[in-house]
Ligand binder design. Structure first.
Ligand SMILES: Nc1ncnc2c1ncn2[C@@H]1O[C@H](COP(=O)(O)OP(=O)(O)OP(=O)(O)O)[C@@H](O)[C@H]1O
Ligand SMILES: [Mg+2]
Length: 147
């Protein structure tokens, strides 16, 4: 399910990299939610930021494991127990990519109730790619994402 609330300011991002980030977040939401569960993707403007949220109603993450969720190779004990596939690299890469674009990636989660991952970018000029950037992928051009 995809929601868009009101006018969403433009944010400049690298299309390939954001595709990879969203692909991992949505892939995780589907992977860690039982069949028939809901995954909701939304875009909202909040306090000068544009937030992209991927929310699921899946197994959630235990509070003691939440601080490790963006560590390389981390996989929660329940996902290992259930033998769900994965290398534990997707979120570490996603975080580095979002931060490389001047944004923040955060998570809120409750065990057995689901998780919401939020990418926040500063809107407008402040949201333009800045600071040291990874080399563009195969000549990929930044793309404007508008509401
Ligand atoms: N939406 C979610 N709900 C519950 N647990 C999650 C969710 N997203 C991530 N996790 C937990 O965080 C771990 C790390 O996620 P990450 O995307 O980095 O790795 P992965 O999906 O296991 O493997 P990869 O993305 O490298 O294929 C997961 O193994 C899982 O334990
Ligand atoms: Mg993943």
């Amino acid at each position: 399910m995809v929601d868009e609330a009101g006018e969403i300011p433009i944010v400049m991002v690298d299309r390939f990299r954001m595709h990879q980030v969203l692909g991992n977040l949505v892939g995780n939401a589907v992977k860690f939610t039982p069949p028939g569960g809901q995954v909701r993707i939304s875009a909202v403007a909040v306090d000068g930021n544009v937030e992209l949220r991927v929310a699921d109603a899946g197994m959630g993450i235990a509070p003691e494991e939440l601080p490790k969720i963006f560590d390389r190779f981390f996989r929660s004990s329940s996902s290992q127990k259930m033998a769900l596939p994965g290398t534990g690299l997707g979120l570490a890469i996603a975080k580095a990519m979002v931060e490389g674009h001047g944004g923040r990636l955060s998570v809120m989660s409750r065990r057995e109730q689901g998780s919401t991952f939020t990418i926040a970018f500063p809107a407008g000029d402040a949201g333009a790619v800045r600071g040291p950037q990874p080399a563009p992928h195969n000549g990929a051009k930044p793309v404007e994402v508008a509401g």
